[in-house]
Design a binder for this molecule. Structure first.
Ligand code: C2E
Ligand code: CA
Ligand code: CA
Ligand code: CA
Length: 278
């Protein structure tokens, strides 16, 4: 029994060690990826539910790993956050997304671009300088840039976070609350912060047509958004029925596999040029 206990112990120690090693190798891999330019951005179209037109796109980072191929953000963003590397990676995403949106604009497509921020970025006093730099380098109109924050990031209302938000808003940059409905239950901060959009979490949208509670929550969030003069965006629209239901609920914009998967910038361009009224 003693030997078995030792074996179990060794098994766990080795498993933990393997995880730590994997973590460390991802961390050094991320540093190398930044230097060698292994990151790229996929864009997912955002569609107006009023006109059916593509009005913008969300920038979603990918890691094109030399051995592993395309690594999804869920596999490396948490490690990038732990190690602080999310700050330079996030700055690269912001710069690249602004450059792409400015290029769309130069091609006659006034598409907005939405960029995800991590808590660490929002807490830094140099965020405004990074955003201003990305805008001035690209020449992008600030009104075409949108920053996506989550509820949990907004309730840590430290002076730096509040100051960053205020200055970002003053530039004319749009601010959205991502994954709305999954985080904090105290809604009082929304009015106080003067955000522009609520993105309804895909968890509610996905089973909207099958689950009565999800339908009720989605309807309530859309109504609340409108009564606060905010725009409502539904995430995770995977079929025509869900799209119809959202239009019936007066939701403003939608995103999801049914409307377009994340992909290269050219795919968004093609979709934006299509006249596709509902
Ligand atoms: P998110 O910001 O909520 O992004 C939406 C995620 O849902 C994306 O996953 C997208 O591909 C996926 N999605 C879109 N439509 C559908 C649909 O109809 N059905 C389903 N099942 N999924 C859909 P992705 O690209 O794997 O990104 C995952 C998360 O990684 C993002 O969630 C975001 O939190 C984070 N992320 C991505 N890019 C960045 C970045 O540049 N910086 C930071 N800090 N986080 C990022
Ligand atoms: Ca997002
Ligand atoms: Ca989301
Ligand atoms: Ca998310």
């Amino acid at each position: 029994a003693k030997a078995a206990g030792r074996d179990t112990h060794r098994f766990y120690a080795e498993a933990m060690n393997a995880e730590a090693v994997a973590h460390l190798s991802t961390r050094s891999g991320l540093r190398r990826a930044l230097e060698r330019g292994e990151f790229l951005i996929h864009y997912q179209p955002q569609v107006s539910l009023e006109t059916g037109a593509v009005t913008g796109a969300e920038a979603l980072v990918r890691w094109n790993h030399p051995d592993k191929g395309m690594v999804p953000p869920g596999d490396f963003i948490p490690i990038a956050e732990d190690s602080g590397l999310i700050v330079p990676i996030g700055a690269w995403v912001l710069t690249e997304a602004c450059r792409q949106a400015a290029q769309w604009h130069a091609q006659g497509l006034a598409l907005s671009v939405a960029v995800n921020l991590s808590a660490l970025q929002l807490q830094r006093s140099d965020l405004v300088r990074t955003v201003t730099g990305a805008l001035s380098d690209s020449g992008l109109d600030p009104l075409l840039l949108e920053l996506e924050l989550t509820e949990s990031m907004l309730i840590q209302n430290t002076d730096v976070v509040m100051d960053n938000l205020r200055r970002i808003k003053a530039m004319g940059v749009q601010v959205s609350i991502d994954d709305f409905g999954t985080g904090y239950s105290n809604l009082s901060y929304i009015g106080r912060l003067a955000v522009d959009k609520l993105k309804i979490d895909r968890g509610f949208v996905a089973d909207l047509t099958r689950n009565h509670d999800s339908a009720k929550i989605t309807a309530a969030v859309i109504q609340m958004a409108h009564s606060l003069n905010l725009t409502a965006v539904a995430e995770g629209v995977e079929d025509a029925e869900t799209l119809e239901a959202l239009r019936g609920l007066n939701c403003d914009f939608a995103q999801g596999y049914f409307l377009g998967r994340p992909g290269p910038a050219e795919a968004v361009e093609r979709a934006a040029r299509q006249v596709n009224p509902f």
